[in-house]
Ligand binder design. Structure first.
Ligand code: ADP
Ligand code: MG
Length: 406
């Protein structure tokens, strides 16, 4: 018998709500006047193509309606003053000239890291005051970190007149994405492959972003679920398991060792090698390495198939690819967890077209593609399955493909 369970939705703020919130936070915490303006950037969810970015592969994120908002004002000195509605530590102050890898702890690194990386790239930026507020949940695998970096990046672009963030200027936005990746890797000290920043800065409304991680090139793939009476449901499991960082590093190391053994630069090359996947698997060092490589190579192929189905307008045919992706991540790559498996199992049992974990795994979120008239029923079934399993209640979001940082 199923336990009764409430379904909790995480609503996206409207741009007006987000701007008003962050503007009033700025004015309350910095007593000396108004910001120069407000900017925002989206979280993202990856449709398919997991653990492919560091293998030179393909991934397919969309920009969420859930965004991080910043109110920012240029200063004439080198000081950065920053405050976030999500962080209890009040107004922090950092001297920009003193920023270097290992010098800034906590969330401030994501903000001052962007200004630091801009200077490293030879761009003229100075100090600033900034307030942050966000409806992107933290650590849910929906990339609140890149949303923060990208919103700061477009704000600094505007107030220091860099001219890189113009709508549709993909080259300028690609440069900003690279800057955000450096901020996260080198100043915030978190490993990231580049998908999140590309989505936050280079996505388009109504489209999924096909990102080729080999050369950073993108293609905009039409992704309008409403036209097909479909909805993408995101389930934030609220689960976070220990050892995540170590497991991520171990998967990367395994892929690098396999590539070296196969004599290729990245595992992407195996997807087009005329000798085929079986040849590659035969040459590998042990059963675990075989499974890791099999995931990466088949997952890149699944992205290609998924995009082909979107291009052909048969969106409701992608379900089996989503399920195959989940099984591969669970069994071959071993990055799923009980909560993610419960989402996928209960969503499929209650009528979803396809479901899979999304993001790095070991917690975070899963997605389910659902007929729009069945959304409530599937969400209810997932919430009940969590209650039955004695798991912490999940939270639900509806994902549509929205605009990038602006
Ligand atoms: P994810 O990107 O999946 O949400 P991460 O661990 O990569 O998870 O990034 C979360 C971190 O990013 C937070 O712990 C915090 O340091 C920083 N961050 C994200 N959003 C905000 C925000 N609105 N205010 C302050 N810091 C934030
Ligand atoms: Mg992140």
């Amino acid at each position: 018998m199923s336990a009764a369970a409430a379904v909790r939705w995480i609503e996206a703020w409207t741009p007006e709500q987000g701007s008003a919130r962050v503007r009033s936070l700025f004015e309350a915490r910095f007593a000396d006047g108004a910001p120069d303006g407000t900017w925002s950037a989206p979280g993202r969810v990856n449709l398919i193509g997991e653990h492919t970015d560091y293998n030179g592969g393909l991934c397919l994120p969309i920009a969420l309606p859930h965004r991080t908002y910043v109110a920012l004002r240029r200063r004439d000195d080198d000081l950065v003053r920053l405050v976030s509605a999500q962080e209890p530590d009040g107004v922090r102050e950092v001297a920009l000239g003193a920023v270097a890898p290992g010098t800034v702890d906590g969330w401030a690194g994501y903000v001052v890291g962007v200004a630091w990386a801009m200077r490293e790239a030879g761009l003229a930026v100075g100090g600033f005051d900034v307030a942050v507020d966000s409806c992107v949940p933290y650590g849910a695998g929906l990339s609140s970190s890149a949303a923060l970096e990208a919103s700061v990046a477009v704000a600094l672009d505007a107030v220091f007149g860099l001219g890189l963030a113009r709508p549709g200027d993909d080259a300028g936005r690609t440069q900003l994405a690279t800057i955000c990746v450096r901020a996260e890797n080198e100043i915030a000290g978190a490993p990231t492959g580049g998908m999140d920043q590309a989505a936050a800065l280079r996505a388009r409304p109504g489209h999924a972003l096909l990102l080729d991680c080999l050369d950073g090139s993108v293609r905009q793939v039409p992704f309008d679920l409403a036209a097909h009476d479909l909805t993408l449901l995101v389930v934030d499991t609220r689960a976070e398991h220990a050892l995540v960082d170590g497991q991520y590093a171990a998967r990367r190391a395994s892929c690098e060792a396999a590539a070296a053994r196969l004599g290729v630069e990245t595992l992407r090359e195996i997807t087009v090698d005329p000798r085929g996947l079986e040849w590659a698997l035969d040459k590998l060092d042990g059963e675990e390495q075989v499974r890791r490589v099999r995931h990466v190579v088949t997952e890149i192929d699944r992205v290609t198939w998924f995009v082909a189905l979107l291009d052909a307008g048969v969106v409701d045919a992608v379900g089996p690819l989503m399920n195959a992706s989940h099984a591969s991540l669970r069994d071959d790559y071993e990055v799923s967890c009980r909560e993610l498996d419960v989402v996928v199992g209960s969503a499929m049992a209650s009528g979803a077209i396809g479901a899979r974990m999304t993001g790095g795994g070991f917690g975070g979120s899963a997605i389910a593609l659902v007929r729009t008239d069945a959304v409530e029923q599937v969400a209810q079934a997932v919430a009940e399955a969590f209650a039955d399993a004695g798991l912490h209640p999940p939270a639900f979001l509806v994902a549509t493909a929205q605009a990038p940082a602006a």
